[in-house]
Ligand binder design. Structure first.
Ligand SMILES: Cc1ncc(COP(=O)(O)O)c(C=O)c1O
Length: 483
């Protein structure tokens, strides 16, 4: 007799109660998020910091749930709170949570084959093509985020423009050195992609920006012709639709014209700003995304899909598929049956096994509709302008960059204080805001000055949160200066 066991419970009802308890507690937590600190550090004595032994026995779901409630849930990233303003984090949504949970129940592997998860992913991708006016024949894949989306797109760009069979021969077999271009304000994920693709980050030319932090088009043209004159091979321009520091949108149309005329791949990093195309105010400046060869953007930022979910769309399906199409004999597709369902998503990215990430995106899009996101994006941009005005009208603060989208960079300022002290002071203010749980902005550097950076990608923020933020920054700054 074989001794057999399974992970399924003997008492499903009991597990059901534990699930209901967990859902209730998380919903209550979400409902009352405003009443709690934005963030609190994991306590020094917390078991989370300890090196605990590998579990060998069993623990009940009730017990685990109670541990989660006490020792994990209160120590989150803070980005579900209305006064979370750091980096660019979405604030989550309950429909997306449901999608995530249901996807876990199904436990689908969306790497390929013929089942519901791949159809849902295709549906989501088709909606995205529609949003960015990409042709229906384009391909795409849901990714962990924009970093992965950009890496995938740049691999296709590199293979398409390398001037030889780079997939077979590698970089060493190419006739000339491959280079690309992005602005000095672009996100570091582009440089990381260049490193991962073996190109080296020096090969990614950092083009200077104009006074509005947009790529300087003349400088771009100049650098491309200089590189060509030196025998190098330009493969891609990475344009930003919303830079991480200030939210600047590059002149996408002019970049598209250059790429078109020079036969260079145009990739758009639209991590958060891409979806501003939904908002009437920004639509015009973002329509030229449709001229790009690829775009990467995130669902987990301005669409508030629970982490993680991003996307890449690529116009040239054939090149996209070729770049990732190695499938072993054990992965052969069949005309029909479970092994049907061509094309498989594993041929559009580096991963074979992939979760049903699409479901939480699908739930979010279906539950709220894109009009709602247009409204929320507009709301956040109006709030950013409001904060910009508050800063301008306050003599103790200094706006460091004009507000163009949803990001406000400013600092506590006093003309009498030396620059180096101002930098330290602003870092201390941000740290104190985070430690006290009042608000969580982040910091950056603008024109050499340390800035308090407030990114409003938050559907829970209200203007009163911005009033409080300004009040607290001034109070802390004055207190630190003994005023
Ligand atoms: C402009 C920009 N590009 C790329 C990224 C990277 O996106 P992800 O964190 O989803 O990989 C970010 C993240 O904030 C970003 O703001």
């Amino acid at each position: 007799m074989i001794s057999e066991t399974t992970l399924d419970p003997e008492e499903w009802d009991e597990v059901g109660f534990a699930f209901h308890q967990a859902v209730d507690q998380c919903m209550n937590n979400m409902k009352s998020v405003r009443n709690r600190p934005v963030w609190q550090p994991v306590a020094k004595e917390s078991v989370l910091r300890q090196n605990v032994p590998v579990p060998t026995g069993e623990r009940s779901l009730y017990e685990l749930n109670s541990f989660f409630n006490e020792s994990i849930l209160p120590f989150s990233n803070g980005n579900t709170h209305p006064r979370f303003f750091g980096w660019v984090h979405g604030s989550g949504n309950i429909a997306g949570v449901m999608g995530e949970m249901l996807a876990a129940f199904m436990n689908s592997n969306a790497g390929g084959r013929d089942h519901a998860a791949v159809y849902i992913e295709r549906q989501v991708l088709n909606w995205c093509k529609n949003i960015f006016n990409f042709p229906f024949e384009s391909s795409g894949i849901i990714t962990t985020g924009t970093s992965m989306g950009t890496l995938i797109a740049l691999k296709v760009a590199r293979n398409t423009h390398a001037g030889g069979d780079i997939q077979k021969l590698g970089l060493a077999g190419m006739p000339s050195r491959l280079v690309g271009y992005t602005s000095s304000e672009a996100h570091c994920s582009a440089a990381k992609a260049f490193e991962l693709l073996g190109l080296g980050h020096d090969a990614l030319r950092r083009i200077p920006v104009d006074s509005e932090y947009r790529m300087d088009i003349e400088a771009l043209k100049h650098r491309i012709s200089e590189d060509r004159m030196n025998g190098l091979c330009p493969i891609a321009v990475i344009a930003s639709a919303g830079t991480v520091n200030t939210g600047a949108i590059d002149d996408l149309k002019r970049i598209a014209d250059i790429c078109h005329n020079q036969d260079i791949w145009m990739h758009v990093d639209g991590a958060f700003g891409g979806l501003a195309i939904l908002a009437p105010e920004f639509h015009g400046r973002l329509t030229a995304i449709s001229l790009a060869d690829s775009i990467a953007f995130d669902f987990h930022k301005w669409m508030h899909v629970p982490y993680d979910a991003g996307c890449v769309l690529i116009k040239n399906e054939a090149e996209h598929r070729k770049a990732f199409s190695s499938r072993g004999v054990y992965l052969a597709g069949l005309d029909c049956g479970l092994a049907g369902g061509e094309p498989w998503f594993c041929e559009y990215g580096p991963e074979l096994s992939r979760g049903f990430r699409a479901l939480k995106v699908w739930f979010t899009m279906q539950a709220y509709g894109m009009d709602r996101f247009a409204e929320l994006i507009t709301q956040n941009c109006n709030q950013a302008r409001y904060l910009g005005e508050l800063v301008k009208s306050n003599s103790g603060l200094q706006l460091l960059a004009e507000v163009t989208l949803n990001i406000v960079c400013f600092r506590y300022y006093d003309r009498g204080v030396p620059e180096i002290e101002l930098d330290q002071l602003n870092i201390r203010i941000v740290t104190e805001l985070q430690l006290s749980g009042i608000a969580a902005p982040s910091t950056t550097t603008i024109k050499g000055h340390t800035a308090i950076r407030v990114s409003i990608t938050n559907h829970r923020t209200m203007t009163e949160d911005l009033d409080l933020l300004v009040e607290e920054i001034c109070r802390l700054g004055n207190q630190m200066r003994g005023k």
